[in-house]
Design a protein around this ligand. Structure first.
Ligand code: MSP
Length: 659
């Protein structure tokens, strides 16, 4: 029998010093989505996540509440696991760095690196806070004092073990240059190269004597392993590396994708590969540095008081809505702002209006006109064939985007097809066809095409949404038919057997009352600010004093002379030789355009990919730095110089007129 191809994916291991917030769940949902996608495609998948439980921060938190560090983390870890259960994050192993097998393997790794001369003993010099028993670097100090307690610090030396990171500098540079896929997105590879590798690496302190809550160094009691050798090793110890049973390690290592937040890319693309080189092990195929979910413009953190609780969101709005929002709203790799308003709008427009309506309209019409039985496919006309082709093309693009970890673009493609299906209903007007007996075959063909499109769509959304696909498949009467809900089955249009009996299901996504929901989460006093609803913003605007200077008015005809259209940003890059200009490749309906825009200061190119923007389509083309710019995209700029690209409030086809 042919061996299945393997796929190993990891998330970082989380510090269980507090409850996780929605920002943390971003990476786990992304990893779970990818794991589900690869499983769907028939891969033998291993998905690892877990917790990073050692270190001073946990030691101190535990002490403050009168618990041992282990008692302290046990409670939080239970919460982390139940969050993943709630969010349908199905890992294959949840590793804790306090697990015995991990501890034993880290001790062996440390000893091996020491024996071969990659770890050596020396002295670590830093600023020491005696009451906190902590070392701080110059940069960590706050006004020259301990950043934790604010007391005086002393320059002190501590005996420590060091890892010879500097020895691997040249090999790392060569590796990254020769393996362009290793660090993704490419901007992060550039950052690592220019900011850390080329300026030169220093050896890394890997043990501590002032801290007790860590893995003891077997050959030098008094030292515990410090941070990264402990934490990073989890990716291989979880598979049984250096244990009695390394079969999982032999099967799955090297990892296919390691997902990490952008602030820890450095540890994963410099220290981690250097450790692997020292252990003579292959490097992961890819480390992908994703952006942050920011809230009110800041990274979420308890100290800033802007954390959003994923448990509350999932319980209130459903797991699928939250998973969809996380994967759809921001391109993977860029930062994205979390607002309740954006979430609720997506729920109403993409889920209730687009997908929910498509399912309910299709099922209701099959019920009404065919007694709830899937009609015959019949003889498709040109329009029906166009739908068939689009279904298959959507599957293909979705696959490509998923393999590039571009979840939001994959979903954008799927939603384009959903919109097309809704438009197809309007174009074919089944209610009119139902009026004449001679149109009955055509009515059947239209409804068959809708049901079959839904079958394919239910599979395509299944890596992201864990519950809705099953409901759609139940509605179509095919939930138990594995051959109709497999990945392979989506490559062929027309598999749904005529005569299949539909089942009644509840409304998939009831519409939410956005104003009421926003009012319910409005900040009491110290809670994080939330975006005001659009209506409220309009109110504020009305009260602004009139502009002192009256501007010349234009007529409606003058305005109509400006042709505004929606355009989808298919790709975007910095224009070579310019600090200001971005070069955007747009699709405007069937047409392609290249547009230069002076917004490089405000947007990283990858942030714009997948966004729908507004294009001045009849602007005379102009050449800038040798490149022809075919139009202009609209942006808003406020008095403080902040700039935002104008984008339609909900999903709409590119090429639509803006009036
Ligand atoms: N313990 C280390 C990782 C060790 S991996 C060998 C750590 N833990 S953490 O709990 O602080 O962060 C875990 C992950 O959550 C990081 O990748 C971090 O980027 C991610 N996130 C934390 N807040 C986030 C957002 N607001 N948005 C997206 N991801 C965020 O670092």
């Amino acid at each position: 029998m042919q061996q299945k191809k393997t796929f190993y994916i990891t998330t970082p291991i989380y510090y269980p010093s507090d409850k996780l917030h929605i920002g943390h769940s971003y990476c786990s949902v992304a990893a779970d989505t990818m794991a589900r996608f690869k499983k769907l495609q028939g891969y033998d998948v291993f998905f690892l996540t877990g917790t990073d439980e050692h270190g001073q921060k946990i030691e101190r938190r535990a002490k403050a509440v009168g618990k041992t560090p282990k008692q302290f983390v046990d409670e939080i870890v239970a919460g982390v696991k139940s969050l993943w259960k709630l969010m349908d994050v199905h890992y294959d192993r949840f590793i804790r760095t306090t697990d015995e097998d991990h501890i034993a393997a880290v001790q062996k790794i440390f000893k091996q690196l020491y024996d071969q001369g990659d770890i050596y003993k020396s002295e670590y010099e830093g600023w020491y806070c005696t009451p906190c028993e902590s070392f701080w670097t110059e940069l960590q100090l706050k006004d020259g004092k301990c950043p934790d307690c604010g007391r005086e610090v002393e320059r002190t030396r501590e005996e420590s073990y060091f890892f010879r990171l500097s020895k691997y500098q040249d090999r790392l540079i060569a590796y990254i240059n020769e393996h362009p896929d290793f660090v993704q997105p490419p901007s992060r590879a550039k950052e690592m190269m220019n900011n850390f590798l080329l300026p030169g690496l220093e050896d890394l302190c890997v043990s501590r004597t002032t801290m007790k809550w860590g893995i003891p160094v077997t050959f030098d009691p008094g030292h515990v392993v410090y941070v990264w050798v402990d934490a990073l090793s989890n990716y291989i110890t979880a598979l049984g590396y250096l244990s009695e049973d390394p079969s999982l390690f032999n099967k799955y290592w090297p990892a296919d994708v390691q997902l990490v937040g952008k602030e820890i890319v450095r540890f994963h693309t410099i220290i981690w590969p250097a450790m692997l080189m020292a252990l003579d092990l292959p490097l992961p195929k890819q480390v992908f540095g994703h952006g942050w979910l920011v809230f009110g413009g800041d990274k979420m953190s308890k100290s800033k008081g802007n954390v959003v609780d994923p448990v509350i969101l999932c319980e209130k709005y459903g797991v699928d809505a939250i998973r969809y929002f996380l994967m759809r709203e921001m391109p993977f790799g860029s930062d994205g702002n979390f607002t309740h308003e954006a979430l609720l709008m997506r729920m109403n427009s993409d889920l209730a209006n687009d997908l929910g309506n498509l399912v309910s309209r299709t099922c209701a019409m099959i019920e009404k006109y065919f007694g709830g039985m899937i009609p015959e496919k019949g003889t498709p006309a040109a329009l029906d064939i166009e739908m068939e082709e689009m279904a298959i093309a959507t599957r293909k693009t979705m696959e490509e985007k998923m393999n590039e970890l571009q979840f939001s673009l994959a979903l954008t493609e799927i939603w384009k097809f959903i919109s097309r299906c809704n438009k197809y209903i309007d174009e074919t007007a089944p209610w009119t066809l139902a009026k004449k007996e001679e149109d009955r075959a055509q009515l059947g063909t239209v409804l068959y095409h809708l049901a079959e499109s839904l079958r394919i769509l239910s599979v395509l959304i299944s890596p992201v949404m864990t519950r809705t696909p099953g409901k759609i498949q139940t509605a179509l009467g095919i939930a138990d038919h594995n051959d109709l809900i497999s990945w392979d089955s989506t490559a062929t249009f027309g598999l749904l057997p005529a005569g299949t009996q539909l089942e009644k299901i509840e409304n998939l996504f009831p519409r939410v009352d956005i104003a009421a929901e926003l009012a319910a989460v409005a900040p009491k006093t110290e809670e994080a600010p939330i975006e005001a609803p659009k209506e409220a913003k309009a109110e504020v605007k009305k009260e602004q004093p009139a502009q002192p200077e009256e501007k010349a008015m234009i007529t409606i005809d003058q305005f109509a002379a400006v042709e505004l259209k929606t355009a989808l940003v298919e790709s975007c890059e910095k224009l070579e030789g310019s600090d200001k200009l971005l070069k955007l490749s747009l699709s405007v309906g069937a047409e392609k355009r290249t547009v230069l825009s002076g917004i490089a200061k405000w947007y990283a190119p990858e942030e714009l990919v997948g966004k729908t923007v507004v294009l001045v389509a009849n602007l005379k083309p102009a050449k800038l730095r040798g490149v022809m710019s075919e139009g202009m995209i609209l942006c808003a700029e406020d008095a403080e110089g902040r700039l935002a690209v104008v984008s339609p409030e909900k999903a709409i086809l590119s090429g639509s007129q803006v009036r």
